[in-house]
Design a protein around this ligand. Structure first.
Ligand SMILES: Nc1ncnc2c1ncn2[C@@H]1O[C@H](COP(=O)(O)OP(=O)(O)OP(=O)(O)O)[C@@H](O)[C@H]1O
Ligand SMILES: [Mg+2]
Length: 224
């Protein structure tokens, strides 16, 4: 089982949005996936409860950071609360083989991300095979704050893998318990393109594509 942790100490950076959309992506590709909500706010849990029964299944689990976490599925996505630092953060890192840090384009978020990523990289529980990347979230490419974020992210010691644009598509999908992969393709073409490098990086397969009818489920299943 692969464990993917979506984490940033800063609130509202898009952790739950990324976690739910990742779960939707894996489910659409026919991979067995669990989504573990470790946040008392329960955003991922609420999203799953809104999810129609006829969509690809996702195992929903609620967990507590200080208890052993359930292991279920080929991929396990961990959605954690904001404010994680110190020992609770170390415990979460120990469980993950892949870590994704979403960062928003604002001066406050950029400064906070700098501190958080430094803490991540120095965690005693970080293991050598563990892969960490950053994702710019809610991007508006023409803005000065986006350029500042891009400049910051490209100078980090960890890869800057994807830019997700700021769009109502994420809200629309979320209110229906869907990921953007489960909205009509013509409405989310730009967003699917945004996710392409992220899913390729996670799977380790650059040929993996996010538009379901253009790829085969086996490509991803075979990679786990
Ligand atoms: N790319 C995006 N475009 C538009 N809205 C977005 C995007 N990403 C996230 N949002 C919205 O931003 C808000 C915060 O996102 P989200 O809940 O995923 O952040 P979070 O990091 O999980 O927050 P918390 O720290 O409270 O757990 C939500 O309303 C979400 O719908
Ligand atoms: Mg959240």
């Amino acid at each position: 089982m692969r464990s993917i942790l979506v984490v940033n100490a800063k609130g509202g950076s898009g952790k739950s949005t990324l976690a739910c959309n990742l779960a939707s992506f894996f489910a659409c590709w026919g991979v067995e996936v669990s989504l573990v909500d470790l946040d008392r706010q329960g955003s991922a849990w609420d999203w799953l409860r809104a999810r129609p029964d006829d969509l690809a299944p996702i195992h929903g689990l609620r967990g507590k950071a200080d208890r052993p976490l359930p292991e279920q599925g080929d991929y396990r996505i961990l959605d954690v609360p904001s404010g994680l630092e110190g020992e609770p953060l170390d415990r979460m890192l120990e469980l993950a083989d892949t870590v994704i840090v979403p960062v928003l384009p604002s001066p406050v978020d950029i400064r906070a991300a700098g501190r958080f990523i430094a803490e991540l990289l120095h965690s005693p529980t970080r293991h050598p095979q563990q892969r960490i990347c950053v994702v710019a979230n809610r991007c508006r490419a023409t803005t000065r704050s986006y350029r500042a974020l891009e400049n910051f992210l490209t100078h980090l010691d960890i890869p800057f893998i994807a830019r997700l644009r700021d769009t109502q598509n994420y809200l629309r999908a979320a209110e229906q318990g869907r990921g953007i992969f489960e909205l009509p393709t013509r409405e989310v073409v730009k967003d699917l393109a945004d996710w392409q490098p992220l899913v390729a990086w996670i799977s380790g397969d650059p040929r993996l594509i996010v538009v379901p009818e253009l790829g085969s489920r086996e490509e991803l299943a075979g990679d786990r």
